[in-house]
Design a protein around this ligand. Structure first.
Ligand code: AMP
Length: 619
């Protein structure tokens, strides 16, 4: 289904482009005016809206007889061919309530316990469940995964690859140095459980992706599925060295894994060169029999020339602090490709350092629940990347979010409007994404906050802002992940302006309410040396940088205490990552939680804290 529906979207887009050109329609909404599309004729629904209506109709045709939907649509609900699209959409949203994971949890439990799944959430049987990373809101969630999920993934990869190859043509049959990782899958009475990326890497469609995009992973499936990220990373790097001239681009799912892989490279390059020179595989680095067999079969013979060449490059890179590593080690690589937006933005500078001028191309926007949008402008830097919604992947609605006067909302600092369909969104407005999917989610609040930044033809383009539910709050203050990122960037600018020889490896935060008054704690892991005074100044800079009125007012009245900066020792965030991986998360989907209440994570952070500083703002 995924193949044909998305294919229709792309072909449909081209037809519409031609039709629009004929009519002289630009298809873009005015940024300044922020009005819904004024370019279409009165009464004429925009094509993306049409696609959405068709998508909703198809979802309901497949799933309206399920136990979940019958509760709301009734037992007698039938979709008639005569039912007008806009009526179908308004009928659906008036009958089916907005939902969250809690609403589908009882159904998921029944599926996992082995109850026949066909007819519960979807018309078809659900034989796989995906574990969301749980690193964004601290709770791992099980989400249905069906054939449609991997077909949609193949489609979005195909589409994005077509747009990338226009600006960065790659040689057919070229190789991708991909730092991708499966985690363990386990069986329940109701089917297989694993992360969405793990299901994807094991799918038929993942194999098809290679021929469809004419680029082939350096690593065999055994390396991706090793189940131990250290062994996988070593092998990815080794094969990257072995095929260094053939690598067309370097990729990962999220940017975090790229940074993690390059920092491993800094530590293991001598072993890599040794293995290539001798045609062997370090047994200290790689112990899995399966992985060893797969990798050794690709290392046909000792290759002293290549080993010498890579060694010389690495020695040179050591002197340059690994600046430009990708450019020198993989001379034919055209770009780095990964999700670099949202919570990955803090890794972009480090990636630029390794990239040495090669473009950073931001990968698409999706979640365990559904794919959402594709990056059609690969030349845009991560800071400006926007995602064009694919109207055939799910039925999308958007809850308008308006900055509230502080203290007005329970959840965070936003007042919510009525959810609107995709063709009613307004440029400049921020929204929470709501999904109705082929896989059994109905008006499901994803928890992501996006801003509509424009239109591709008449399909909205979204800028990812942040997760909504990741907030720091003590009192009447509501500080989002995005607010936190902004203050950390401010402090980093201060560091740079003093030419400090240090970089921020990673960071997170916690609202410490145990003592009185409560206060925010920000944890930093830094590489390099910074004076205590400078760190104290950074702490004050961050405290002053929080713009939320609730925070500012509470700080002024001392109902929130001074911001605390805790410096953690080297390797602390790696321990955090390992803690999550040990609990079932896959490295491919790992995102450092920017705010945490998780006692185990806090335990690691506090155990590794080496210095503490307090802000002197508002004294
Ligand atoms: P997961 O829990 O692993 O399914 O992660 C999905 C979440 O990752 C999404 O809901 C977003 O919050 C985030 N995400 C996925 N793709 C992007 C992207 N391109 N840019 C920013 N954040 C993203």
């Amino acid at each position: 289904m995924g193949n044909s529906t998305t294919g229709q979207f792309v072909t449909g887009q081209r037809e519409r482009e031609r039709e629009d050109d004929r009519r002289g329609i630009t298809g873009r909404r005015s940024l300044a005016g922020g009005k819904p599309a004024g370019t279409r004729r009165r009464g004429e629904p925009p094509p993306a809206g049409n696609e959405q209506a068709k998508t909703l109709r198809r979802i309901l045709e497949l799933n309206s007889r399920t136990e979940y939907l019958r509760r709301y649509l009734g037992n007698d609900f039938e979709i008639s061919d005569h039912l007008d699209s806009s009526h179908l959409q308004s009928f659906f949203s008036s009958r089916v309530p907005l939902s969250s994971h809690r609403d589908i949890e009882p159904f998921i439990r029944r599926i996992a316990d082995g109850e026949p799944s066909a007819g519960l959430l979807t018309g078809e049987k659900i034989s796989m469940l995906s574990l969301s990373s749980g690193t964004t809101d601290g709770r791992q969630k099980l989400i249905p995964f069906t054939r449609f999920s991997s077909q949609a993934t193949l489609e979005i990869f195909r589409l994005a690859a077509a747009f990338r190859s226009r600006v960065f043509p790659i040689r057919p049959k070229g190789k991708i140095l991909e730092f991708i990782y499966s985690s363990k899958r386990y069986e329940t009475n109701g089917g297989r459980i694993g992360t969405a990326t793990t299901h994807w890497f094991a799918s038929e469609e993942f194999k098809l992706r290679q021929s469809a995009t004419q680029s082939f992973s350096c690593s065999p499936p055994e390396v991706i599925a090793a189940g131990d990220y250290r062994q996988s990373t070593y092998c990815h790097l080794l094969l990257g060295f072995l095929f260094s001239d053939e690598v067309e681009f370097v990729a990962s799912t999220f940017a975090y894994s790229l940074v993690q892989a390059f920092s491993t490279l800094e530590q293991v390059w001598t072993d890599l060169c040794h293995d290539i020179r001798t045609g062997t595989l370090s047994s200290a680095r790689v112990s899995s029999v399966k992985v060893r067999r797969a990798v050794l079969s690709l290392m046909a013979r000792p290759d002293p020339d290549r080993a010498e060449k890579m060694k010389r490059i690495c020695e040179e890179l050591v002197n340059r602090d690994w600046a430009g590593a990708v450019r020198f080690l993989w001379p034919n690589a055209k770009y780095l490709y990964s999700i670099m937006t949202g919570s990955m933005i803090p890794y972009v500078e480090k990636l630029r350092h390794y990239a040495g001028g090669l473009p950073l191309v931001c990968a698409d926007y999706g979640s365990t629940e559904s794919w959402i949008g594709v990056n059609l402008a690969p030349l845009d830097p991560p800071e400006h990347t926007i995602f064009t919604v694919i109207p055939t992947f799910a039925y999308f609605e958007f809850i308008p979010l308006t900055k509230a006067r502080y203290g007005a909302c329970e959840e965070d600092d936003f007042e919510e409007g009525e959810a609107v369909p995709l063709d009613m969104v307004i440029v400049g407005q921020q929204y929470e994404v709501v999904l109705t999917t082929f896989t059994g989610l109905y008006r499901y609040r994803l928890g992501d906050m996006v801003e509509v930044s424009g239109f591709y033809k008449q399909t909205p383009q979204l800028k990812f802002i942040c997760r909504r539910n990741l907030i720091l709050t003590i009192n009447i203050d509501k500080t989002t992940e995005n607010d936190l990122q902004i203050v950390v960037e401010k402090a980093l600018k201060l560091l740079q302006s003093h030419q400090a020889k240090a970089e921020l490896v990673d960071f997170t935060s916690h609202a410490e309410a145990a003592g009185q008054p409560g206060h925010y704690v920000i944890y930093w892991e830094i590489k390099g040396s910074v004076s205590d005074q400078m760190l104290r100044d950074c702490c004050t800079e961050m405290d002053l940088g929080f713009a939320d009125q609730g925070y500012v007012a509470s700080r002024k009245t001392s109902s929130i205490g001074a911001l605390e900066l805790r410096i953690v020792g080297g390797g602390t965030f790696k321990k955090v990552m390992e803690y999550y991986i040990g609990n079932g998360a896959a490295l491919s989907q790992f995102k450092t939680p920017r705010c945490t209440k998780n006692p185990s994570m806090l335990g690691i952070l506090d155990f590794c804290t080496v210095k503490r500083f307090w802000s002197v703002a508002y004294c």
